[in-house]
Design a protein around this ligand. Structure first.
Ligand code: SF4
Ligand code: SF4
Length: 159
């Protein structure tokens, strides 16, 4: 905001001149789908799956965000915002925008994705009147394997 002498605040100046962007996120809406990180052209947004601590993290590097807005465009939950802003003390750092537990495959125990994503998918299927199948709790490899097992049946012949 301009002050009484027509001067602009330091934040406004940093916004006007900044070549960098700052991304913020509504954690109550994010499902951790990772699409924003997939589309980010600079790698400012990345996904980290830590299997030791069973955590999913969406990470943001201010120093390489060019404020292009592609992450905002692609987010299916509309929970991202980007502003042109320079925060000198955060240029070298990395912040955690979203964190969740990892859901695991009920067959092999491998990681499927963030729990929020699976829960949201289940809630949407229920709301749409679809039955929840055990397939939802499987990783892609186990989904294929269970379909294959079903096809060949117990006697080893394709049914
Ligand atoms: S911010 Fe949006 S696109 Fe990114 S992980 Fe969350 S829901 Fe997905
Ligand atoms: S605004 Fe552009 S560069 Fe910045 S995080 Fe989003 S997609 Fe990446």
């Amino acid at each position: 905001m301009n002050d009484s002498k027509g001067e602009i605040s330091r934040r406004e100046l940093l916004q006007k001149l900044s070549p960098l962007g700052k991304v913020s996120l509504d954690t109550t809406k994010c499902t951790g789908c990772g699409l924003c990180a997939q589309e980010c052209p600079t790698g400012a947004l990345t996904v980290l799956l830590n299997e030791e601590s069973d955590t999913f993290r969406l990470l943001f590097k201010h120093g390489i965000c060019v404020a292009c807005g592609q992450c905002v465009e692609v987010c299916p939950e509309k929970c991202l915002q980007v502003e042109r802003l320079l925060e000198p003390d955060k240029i070298d750092g990395q912040s955690v925008l979203f964190e969740d537990e990892i859901a695991r495959c009920s067959r092999c125990g491998g990681p499927i994705g963030p729990k929020s994503m699976i829960e949201k998918l289940q809630a949407r299927m229920t709301a749409a009147g679809h039955a929840l199948t055990p397939q939802l709790g499987l990783c892609p490899d186990c989904k294929v394997q269970t379909q294959f097992d079903h096809l060949i049946g117990k006697n080893g012949h394709i049914s």
